[in-house]
Design a protein around this ligand. Structure first.
Ligand SMILES: *Cc1c(COP(=O)(O)O)cnc(C)c1O
Length: 356
């Protein structure tokens, strides 16, 4: 039976990426060696890194004066690394979920943090609005897509200070204006590749302004100077990320992907709004994530939760159980998720509705 992969992360990858990784696991670029067993300084792997960086710049229209890095340590290391490099005195954070809260916790080790607003009072089921960003903050940090709760900031926020964004779960899903950001970071395992690579886009001018000594590996400049080759990069994940970038370009780039993502999300939210058994967690329509659609059974049918999970599983749906802090269900519909899988999910919901 065909499996429809709705896992939140690690998550679905394009068939193209998996095929190319499978081939290169045995014979990489005609070397007769696996991509895992050639030097990262070989001309074949250097070409992979260079091409991956070039495609990130092309697909996101990254302006001059920015560096693209492939690091390790996940987005969780960036929670610390970004403030280490950028926070002089004070930074502003918007608290929209568990990942934002973790970013705030780490940043507090470095400097004064102003939490401009939080939706914690409502279990993060909306994006706070109308908050004031202090003009003397060194930067304003956002989590553009809240993977666990299913909310998103679908436009670049207006900010008097530079932005720093955790885009782990929506990078490449919609067009962004990179020039508004000092740092964008994303663990690869949601929308780009396997875990083990972390994409960072950093404005060169934003660096070198803090007085504190920065540990070598936590210093963006170290990795900029060595084009992400200061130490051994995660060669297989970076190779896989490159394949997804090639696939994305062939699909028409981020602009084309954004249209498909809107189509997929609209189909699913429309069904959740229609189907008597289900309701979306996020009631504020403009805050609804296009990547992670969270939903529950309506109160009347709450006792059907387990039955629906079993039914959907029998139809090939994988990974739809909601995060433990939210409950219910979560369908993660990242770039690599075909419209047909979303339709299959909707089909399962409609079929289940008929059985009640
Ligand atoms: C998954 C995720 C993280 C954590 O990423 P790691 O790579 O596991 O450190 C951080 N932020 C967001 C928004 C995420 O979705």
């Amino acid at each position: 039976m065909k499996k429809h992969n709705f896992y939140a992360g690690p998550s679905i990858l394009p068939e193209f990426t998996k095929q190319k990784v499978a081939e290169a696991a045995i014979d990489f670029a005609g070397t007769g060696l696996s991509v895992m067993e050639v030097s990262h300084r070989s001309k074949e792997f250097v070409a992979v890194m260079d091409k991956a960086i070039e495609l990130v710049k092309e697909l996101l229209h990254v302006p001059e004066g920015y560096s693209v890095l492939f690091l390790q340590g996940g987005a969780s290391t960036q929670f610390l690394m970004a403030p280490y490099n950028l926070l002089k005195k004070k930074a502003a954070y918007l608290n929209t979920g568990s990942w934002s809260s973790k970013a705030i916790k780490e940043a507090k080790l470095i400097g004064e943090i102003v939490e401009v607003a939080s939706s914690k009072d409502a279990n993060f089921n909306y994006i706070p609005k109308g908050f004031v960003i202090p003009e003397d903050a060194d930067y304003f940090h956002i989590t553009s897509n809240n993977t666990i709760f299913g909310t998103a900031l679908l436009t670049d926020p207006v900010s008097p200070v530079p932005l720093v964004a955790d885009m782990s779960s929506d990078i490449f899903s919609r067009l962004i204006d990179v020039s508004k950001y000092d740092v964008i970071y994303a663990g690869a395992q949601k929308n780009l590749g396997p875990s083990g690579a972390t994409l960072v886009i950093v404005k060169d001018d934003a660096l070198g302004k803090v007085d504190r000594p920065i540990p070598t590996m936590l210093n963006y400049q170290t990795h900029i100077d060595k084009v992400s080759m200061f130490n051994t990069p995660s060669v297989l994940p970076v190779f896989a990320c490159l394949q997804t970038l090639i696939w994305l370009k062939e699909k028409g780039g981020v602009e084309a992907m954004e249209k498909i993502n809107i189509e997929k999300a609209t189909l699913l939210y429309d069904e959740l709004d229609r189907n008597i058994l289900f309701e979306p967690n996020i009631k504020v329509v403009e805050d609804r994530s296009r990547m992670n659609v969270t939903f529950v059974m309506t109160p009347e049918y709450a006792e059907q939760e387990k039955a629906f999970l079993d039914f959907a599983t029998s139809k090939g749906m994988v990974g739809i159980k909601g995060h433990r802090s939210v409950g219910g269900f979560r369908a993660s519909i990242y770039n690599a998720m075909p419209v047909d899988s979303v339709k299959a999910m909707i089909g399962a919901m409609q079929e289940f509705e008929q059985t009640i």
